[in-house]
Design a protein around this ligand. Structure first.
Ligand code: UDP
Length: 364
């Protein structure tokens, strides 16, 4: 196959790898994966390629650890050069990272058709860099694969014409179904916990970890929960804890390095509840039927609010809401077991590839 018929799939972070994996697998030989190294830590990148059995990226650039402007600028320049050198029939990007925005600009500048997976999410919070990355990418995209009707409406309200939008569901559903381990006991044993007997927490967003007081409150609140809390520590959060001198506050938590996707899913599926500021976790719980307490000012995933997710600010609401769930755990889990995921039935990758083929057949 000549280069110009391949489809560049640009990615750089853990959630992009997880959600693009089902599409890369379906595209097979047509996919040319370009990795920007935005997450350069092996625990946030290589282990996810291995878990999904993805081939090594065919092209790598290194933007990790730089400022946002440099990451976006370098991605645009380097992927732009790559596309000039080896043209592609389309560029596929996912989500809301600096890689997403940079690769979108590179596609635009080289007149390569652009596809945005997980388009149309909006937190309406202009203080979040992710919100700007999403809006920019949606506007430049020739095809917006929106996970839900909510995201489709957001796109229409942004002025994007209906012909450019396909509602596909979210590929996270098939990512979870593919990699959720059947035998979860071995993963729980690693952490010396039992089903329903622990809370799982993740934090890395600037609004939670860049201010010492806020970060301290979150760590105290997690420690106040009546069950043990497992905290796989994102490198960014670990760095902040060290520099703010908060290490002593980790003492009452089960702190571990970031875990692989299968292990994280196993721990999520069997926990009492999650506490997190992650986007992907809010979606995954709707497949795993567990409650998540979102600690953030806003969420771009309103589809799960009131069912799988509650949202609170850092403070006493954290231990209060989790405490309420724990006091009536069987009823909480039973109620969620009967609610379908708003993110689809696990055919989002297939629907996205059908839409991509439709775009390519209509491109000159
Ligand atoms: N995750 C993981 N191991 C961990 C923590 C999270 O595999 O130790 C997964 C989690 O299942 C989710 C994704 O990483 O799919 C979330 O990544 P992150 O919070 O970095 O990004 P976001 O989803 O907020 O964009």
């Amino acid at each position: 196959m000549s280069n110009s018929h391949s489809i560049v799939v640009a990615l750089g972070t853990r959630p992009e790898i997880i959600k693009l994996a089902p599409i890369i697998r379906l595209l097979g030989e047509r996919a040319r994966v370009v990795h920007t190294g935005q997450h350069y830590d092996a625990g946030l990148s290589k282990v996810f390629f291995d878990a999904f059995g993805l081939p090594e990226p065919s092209h790598r650039i290194e933007i990790g650890g730089e400022t946002r402007a440099t990451q976006i600028g370098d991605t645009t320049r380097r992927i732009g050069e790559h596309l000039a050198d080896r043209p592609a029939s389309a560029v596929v990007v996912q989500g809301d990272t600096n890689t997403t925005a940079g690769a979108a600009l590179a596609a635009n500048a080289t007149e390569t058709p652009l596809v945005h997976i997980e388009a149309g999410l909006r937190s309406f919070d202009r203080d979040m860099p992710e919100e700007h990355n999403r809006i920019l990418t949606d506007m430049l995209s020739d095809l917006c694969c929106a996970p839900t009707e909510v995201s489709r409406t957001n796109l229409l309200e942004s002025g994007i014409p209906a012909e450019r939008i396909a509602v596909t569901g979210n590929t996270v559903v098939e990512a979870v179904r593919t990699l959720l381990p059947k035998n979860r006991a071995e993963f729980l044993d690693r952490h010396a916990v039992t089903p329903g007997g622990y809370v799982l927490a993740t934090f890395h967003r600037p609004e939670n970890v860049d201010d010492p007081e806020t970060l301290g409150v979150i760590l105290d609140e997690l420690a106040a929960v009546a069950l043990p809390t497992i905290l796989p520590l994102h490198p960014r959060t670990r760095q902040r804890i060290e520099s703010f001198g908060l290490r002593a506050q980790l003492g009452r938590l089960q702190v571990v390095e970031p875990v692989g996707f299968q292990e994280f899913l196993a721990l999520s599926a069997e926990c009492a509840a999650l506490v997190s500021d992650s986007g992907g976790v809010q979606e995954e719980v709707s497949v795993l039927k567990r409650p998540v307490l979102v600690v953030r000012r806003s969420t771009e995933r309103p589809e799960v609010l009131g069912t799988f997710a509650e949202i609170v600010l850092p403070g006493p609401d954290i231990s209060r809401v989790v405490g309420e769930w724990i006091s009536d755990l069987a009823a909480v889990h039973d109620r969620l077991a009967g609610i379908p995921s708003p993110y689809g039935d696990g055919d989002a990758a297939e629907l996205s590839v059908v839409a991509i083929d439709g775009l390519l057949s209509s491109s000159p």
